[in-house]
Ligand binder design. Structure first.
Ligand code: TXA
Ligand code: MG
Length: 342
């Protein structure tokens, strides 16, 4: 299959192009499109065969369910049921935006979308292209991140092509995504309500609506965010905690050791530390006091290291607050070590 590329300016969306992409969705094809978090790989959520193609293209296990994207809050009732006040409160506060809500599903949703579960994950993205595409396709769009299973999520159309060229019908190139990590997933089907995956919306913000909300802590696989090794570059990732000079010294100690052993390695550092590493291969995440910028760069920089073919990435930890929790979650998973949130 030849993968088409359609460049669309998110600030003046051309309807002709949207129509072209929407027709592919309507015909049961696969379209990768930008959202504010990461690029999604979309198919008609009501078409089981089309959704099956998503799993095939990504080499994704069938038990890992998809997120369904809608363009109008009212459409939630078409895909989900048992929608209580807490759901409307969350939607009013965060939609359109990077919050995915897990609810009981409606019958019309094929089992393949939900991995056979009785629940469905839904979100309304905050991106003009995504919203126009869903509206024009006149159907909810099921879309996981548009990467090969287990790889870092794509934040540019180029990343999508690296993983899926020749396997999907079309990628819409709408430039880099603004947030850079995936949506926060909240499960409202069990009490106490919990966060299955930290993401674009921080726990502090969610607590304004659900004061008691916590991260889901038990073992077991409830969401792909819970596969222990995920979002992973080819290289091994080592995280160095702490901050300031002490953190830099620890990173340098490790770097010298890998150097002696002849490993090909890179260092992922905060802006403020960029001049402290001399001649080592350093890439920059963002300023330690601007975690939003760090999140936006994260997956892209991990892919850059893969392109350099490093064996090891030594990374400085960032502060675990706000979107920093999602950044550290992805880094820990890239490292392949299972972590619990506290
Ligand atoms: O920001 C995002 O969430 C992006 C964009 C494209 O919207 N999507 C995304 O999807 O990151 P991805 O690849 O992470 O896959 C969907 C996630 C999986 O972790 C899956 O397990 C979880 O959503 N999920 C889907 N349905 C679920 C359900 N019924 N219960 C629990 N988790 C569910
Ligand atoms: Mg994914």
């Amino acid at each position: 299959m030849k993968t088409g590329i359609l460049k669309i300016n998110p600030f003046s969306v051309e309807q002709d192009y949207i129509l072209k992409a929407a027709n592919i969705i309507k015909a049961g094809g696969l379209v990768a499109f930008p959202t504010e978090t990461v690029y999604g790989l979309g198919a008609d959520a009501l078409n089981a065969v089309a959704c099956a193609k998503i799993f095939q293209a990504k080499s994704r296990p069938l038990e890992d369910p998809l997120i369904v994207h809608i363009a109008d809050k009212q459409d939630l009732f078409k895909v989900a049921r048992e929608i209580h006040k807490i759901t409307s409160d969350l939607i009013d506060a965060f939609w359109p935006g990077s919050l995915t809500i897990v609810l009981k599903k409606q019958e019309v949703i094929p089992d393949i979308v939900t991995g056979g579960l009785d629940t469905i994950a839904v979100r309304m993205p905050n991106h003009k292209i995504a919203l126009e595409l869903i509206k024009e396709a006149q159907t909810p769009i099921a879309a996981p991140s548009a990467n090969l299973f287990g790889k870092p999520s794509p934040t540019t159309a180029q990343h999508v092509l690296e993983d899926l060229d020749g396997k999907i019908d079309l990628v819409i190139d709408g430039g880099s995504t603004a947030i850079g990590v995936e949506s926060t997933i909240v499960d409202l089907t069990r009490e106490p309500f919990c966060i299955l995956r930290p993401g674009g919306i921080g726990i502090e913000e969610l607590r304004r609506i659900i004061p008691q909300i916590e991260f889901y802590k038990k073992d077991g696989i409830l969401s792909a965010g819970m596969y222990p090794r995920h979002y992973a570059p080819n290289a091994k990732v080592l995280i160095v905690e702490g901050n300031g000079k002490i953190q830099v010294e620890k990173v340098k100690d490790l770097a010298r050791e890998f150097d002696l052993q002849g490993y090909h390695f890179g260092i992922l550092a905060k802006f403020e530390n960029k001049d402290r590493y001399g001649d080592f291969n350093v890439k920059l995440l963002g300023p330690g006091n601007d975690l939003v910028v760090c999140a936006a760069n994260l997956f892209s920089v991990l892919r850059d290291f893969d392109r350099d073919k490093v064996d090891v990435i030594i990374t400085e930890a960032v502060k675990e607050e706000g979107i920093g929790i999602a950044i550290m979650d992805r880094l820990h998973r890239a490292q392949g070590i299972k972590i619990n949130h506290v």
